[in-house]
Design a protein around this ligand. Structure first.
Ligand code: HEC
Ligand code: HEC
Ligand code: HEC
Ligand code: HEC
Ligand code: HEC
Ligand code: HEC
Ligand code: HEC
Ligand code: HEC
Ligand code: HEC
Length: 405
C-alpha cells in the first residue's frame, strides 16, 4: 500500500469511526496491524482506553503520523502514569494497588533497566502488550500456572543470561519440585509459583535472612519450631537461607527419612557421626524407620483380617491416628531435639502396637470361628450319617409285627 492509498483508507474509516488509530491500524499487516487486532480482548480496551492513551497522538486525525515508538526503558513510567495514580485507578476499582512501579524500581529488573540495561524484565515482558488480560485470568501470562514459562523466556535462555553471574537452571529445577507438582497436578493454588517467593514486582532473590521467612509464610509451624531450635542462631549467620540448606530452593523434593542417614543425608554436611548432632540424626532415622515399619505391619495384619470378613473398623480408625504421629514426627525433626522428636514416635508406636494386637485378635477369632464351624459341620455330618444308618436298618429289617398296614 502506498502512502496516498493509506491516507484515503484512513479518511474513509474516519467517516464512520471515531478512532482513527484503531481503524487504520486494523487494515495494516504484521506488527503494525496486530496491536489493533488483539486489542478487543485487552483490559484497557474493555475499560474504554484506546491507542492514544499510551502512544499519544490524535485519534480524530485519519492521517499518517510521526514516530510513536515506545522505548523499553520508558515502558514502566508509561504504565505508571495510570497505575501509580490512585485517583484515576480508584474510578475503576474500589481498592486498587498503586505500588507496582515503586516496587518495580526496587527490584533487580527495575534497577538494571534504570541503568540502561534493556535485557531486564519490564511490565510488558510479564503482562504482554495490546492483549493485556486481568491477572486472575487463567490465560494471563502472570497466572501461577503460566508464570514459570513467562520468567523462563529469559531465565532459561543461556545466551540472554550469559553476561550475568547467575545460572539458568531455576525453571528446570522448579519443574521437578513438590511445589510445581502440587500446583500443576493437583491444581493446588496455595503452592508457590515463581512470584510467591520472589514477589510480583519486587522480583529479587529473597535476602539471606528472609528465605526462612519466605518458606515460613506458608509453612508456619515448621518455621516456629526451627526458630527455637539449636540450628537457628548458627544457620541465620550462613550465606544460604535456613530451610534451603536442607531442602534446596527451586528443586524442593518430597522429604524422606533418607535425609537423616546415609550418603544423601542433609546432616552429614556438618555433623560427624560421633558428635551429638550425628548421634541425634542416626537415632531419628532409626526411630522413624521403627515407627513406619510398625505401622506397615499393623496395616498388613488389619487388611488380612478384613479380607476374611472380620470387623476391624475401630482399629483402622486408630491406625489413621497412629499414622498422624509419623507426620508429627517429621515435623518435630525441626526442633532438632531428640526428646521432642521421640514424643510422637512413642505415641505412634503405642498406637501401632494396639492396632497390631487388634488385628491379631481378629485373626484368632477368625480361627475360632472356623474351628466352631468345623465342629458343627462334623456334628451335622455325624447326625446325618446316624440317621441314614437308622433308616437303612429300618428298611432292611422286615416289618416289625403289628406295623403291617
Ligand atoms: C497500555 C498501553 C498501550 C496501548 C493501549 C496500546 N499500546 Fe501499542 N505499544 C505499547 C508499548 C509499551 C509498545 C512497545 C512494545 C515493545 O517494545 O515491544 C507498543 C508498541 C506498538 C507498536 C509497535 C509494534 C512493533 O512491534 O514494532 C504499534 C504499531 C502499536 N503499539 C500500535 C498500537 C495500536 C494501534 C494501539 C491501539 C489499538 C495500541 N498500540 C495500544 C503500549 C500500548
Ligand atoms: C492513516 C493510517 C494511520 C493512522 C490513522 C494511524 N496510524 Fe499509526 N501507523 C501507520 C503506519 C503506516 C505506520 C508505520 C509508519 C512507518 O513505518 O513509518 C504506523 C506506525 C505506528 C506506530 C509504530 C511506532 C512507530 O513510530 O513506528 C505506532 C505506535 C502507531 N502507529 C500508533 C498510532 C496511534 C496511537 C494512532 C492514533 C493516534 C495512529 N497510529 C494512527 C498508520 C496509521
Ligand atoms: C517480573 C514480572 C512482572 C513485571 C516486570 C511486572 N509485573 Fe505486574 N504482576 C506480575 C505478577 C506475577 C502479578 C500478580 C499475578 C497474580 O496476582 O496472580 C502482577 C500483578 C499486576 C497488577 C494487578 C494488581 C497487583 O498489583 O497485583 C497490575 C496492575 C500490574 N501487575 C501492573 C504492572 C506494571 C504497571 C508493571 C511495570 C511497572 C508491572 N506490572 C511489572 C508480574 C510482573
Ligand atoms: C491510561 C491509563 C492506563 C495506562 C497507561 C495503563 N493502564 Fe493498565 N489498567 C488501567 C485501568 C483503568 C485498568 C483496569 C483496572 C481495574 O479494572 O481494576 C488497568 C488494568 C491493567 C491490568 C489488569 C489488572 C488486574 O487487576 O487484573 C494490567 C495487568 C495492566 N493494566 C497492565 C498495564 C501495563 C503493563 C501498562 C503499560 C504497558 C498499563 N497497564 C498501562 C489503566 C492504564
Ligand atoms: C525480559 C527478560 C526477563 C524476564 C521475563 C524475567 N527476568 Fe528476571 N532478570 C532478567 C535479567 C536480565 C536479570 C538481571 C540478572 C542479574 O543482574 O544478575 C534478572 C534478574 C532477576 C532476579 C535477581 C537475580 C540476582 O540474583 O541478581 C530474580 C530473582 C529474577 N530476575 C526473577 C524473575 C522472575 C521470578 C521472573 C518472572 C516473574 C523474571 N525474573 C522474569 C531478565 C528477565
Ligand atoms: C519456594 C520458593 C521459590 C520459588 C517457587 C522460586 N524461587 Fe527462585 N529463589 C528462591 C530462593 C530461596 C533463592 C536463593 C536466594 C538466596 O539464596 O539468597 C532463589 C534464587 C533465584 C534466582 C537468583 C539466581 C539463583 O539461581 O540463585 C533467580 C533468577 C530465581 N530464583 C528465579 C526463579 C524463577 C524463574 C522461578 C520460577 C520458575 C523461581 N525462582 C521460583 C526461592 C524460590
Ligand atoms: C506459597 C506457599 C508456599 C511457600 C512460599 C513455600 N511452600 Fe513448600 N509447600 C507449599 C504447599 C501448598 C505444599 C504442598 C503440600 C502437600 O503436599 O500437601 C508444599 C510442600 C513442601 C514440601 C513437601 C512436603 C511434603 O510432605 O511432601 C517441602 C519440603 C516444602 N514445601 C518446603 C518449602 C521450602 C524449603 C520453602 C522455601 C524455599 C517453601 N516450601 C515455600 C506451600 C509453600
Ligand atoms: C537441618 C536440615 C533441615 C532444615 C534446616 C529444615 N528441614 Fe524440613 N525436613 C528435614 C528432614 C530431615 C525432614 C523429614 C524427612 C522424613 O523423615 O521424611 C524434613 C521435613 C520437612 C517437611 C515435610 C513434613 C511433613 O509433614 O511430612 C516440610 C514441609 C519441611 N521439612 C519444611 C521445612 C521448612 C519450611 C524449613 C525452614 C523453616 C525446614 N524444613 C528446615 C530437614 C530440614
Ligand atoms: C549447615 C550445617 C548443619 C547441618 C546441615 C545440620 N546441622 Fe545440626 N547443628 C549444626 C550446628 C553448627 C549446631 C550447633 C552445635 C553446637 O551448639 O555445638 C547443630 C546442632 C544440632 C543439634 C543439637 C546438638 C547439641 O549439641 O545440643 C542436633 C540434635 C542437630 N544439630 C541435629 C541435626 C540433624 C538431625 C541434621 C540433619 C537433618 C542437622 N543437624 C544438620 C550444624 C548443622
Amino acid at each position: 500500500m502506498n502512502r496516498l492509498a493509506l491516507a484515503l483508507l484512513g479518511a474513509a474509516f474516519l467517516a464512520w469511526s471515531a478512532d482513527a488509530c484503531r481503524e487504520c491500524h486494523s487494515a495494516l499487516d504484521g506488527n503494525l496491524g496486530s496491536p489493533a487486532k488483539t486489542y478487543d480482548a485487552d483490559i484497557h480496551g474493555r475499560r474504554g482506553f484506546s491507542c492514544h492513551d499510551c502512544h499519544g497522538g490524535d485519534p480524530n486525525k485519519a492521517e499518517l503520523h510521526g514516530p510513536m515508538k515506545v522505548r523499553r526503558t520508558t515502558v514502566a513510567a508509561l504504565c505508571a502514569r495510570c497505575h501509580s495514580n490512585a485517583d484515576l485507578m480508584h474510578k475503576f476499582n474500589p481498592r486498587p494497588r498503586v505500588d507496582q512501579h515503586t516496587q518495580f524500581l526496587t527490584s533487580v529488573h527495575g534497577k538494571r533497566l534504570a541503568a540502561g540495561d534493556e535485557a531486564a524484565a519490564t511490565c510488558i515482558d510479564c503482562h504482554g502488550v495490546h492483549g493485556i488480560l486481568p491477572v486472575k485470568d487463567p490465560r494471563s501470562p502472570t497466572h501461577p500456572l503460566k508464570l514459570p514459562d513467562t520468567c523462563s523466556r529469559c531465565h532459561s535462555h543461556s545466551a540472554r543470561m550469559a553476561k550475568y553471574k547467575i545460572g539458568t537452571g531455576q525453571y528446570a529445577d522448579y519443574r521437578q519440585s513438590v511445589h510445581w507438582h502440587a500446583l500443576e497436578q493437583r491444581g493446588d493454588l496455595s503452592a508457590p509459583s515463581c512470584a510467591s517467593c520472589h514477589g510480583n514486582h519486587g522480583a529479587a532473590p529473597p535476602q539471606v535472612g528472609s528465605v526462612t521467612a519466605v518458606c515460613g509464610s506458608c509453612h508456619v509451624l515448621l518455621e516456629q519450631l526451627f526458630s527455637k531450635s539449636p540450628h537457628q542462631p548458627v544457620f541465620s549467620m550462613m550465606s544460604e537461607g535456613a530451610c534451603t540448606i536442607c531442602h534446596g530452593n527451586h528443586k524442593v523434593e518430597k522429604p524422606t527419612p533418607a535425609m537423616l542417614s546415609g550418603a544423601t543425608s542433609a546432616c552429614v554436611q556438618c555433623h560427624e557421626p560421633d558428635t551429638k548432632g550425628g548421634v541425634a540424626a542416626a537415632e531419628m532415622f532409626t526411630q522413624s524407620k521403627k515407627l513406619s515399619d510398625a505401622l506397615d505391619r499393623s496395616d498388613r495384619r488389619l487388611s488380612e483380617a478384613r479380607g476374611f470378613g472380620m470387623e476391624v473398623s475401630e482399629a483402622q480408625l486408630k491406625q489413621i491416628e497412629a499414622r498422624e504421629q509419623l507426620v508429627k514426627a517429621r515435623v518435630a525433626v525441626h526442633t532438632f531435639d531428640l526428646a521432642e522428636f521421640n514424643k510422637p514416635v512413642q505415641e505412634g508406636l503405642t498406637l501401632a502396637a494396639a492396632t497390631l494386637q487388634a488385628g491379631d485378635e481378629a485373626m484368632r477369632e477368625k480361627d475360632w470361628r472356623r474351628i466352631g464351624l468345623g465342629l458343627s459341620l462334623i456334628t451335622i455330618l455325624v447326625t446325618i450319617a446316624g440317621l441314614r444308618l437308622a433308616i437303612r436298618r429300618l428298611e432292611s429289617n422286615p416289618a416289625a409285627p403289628g406295623e403291617k398296614g
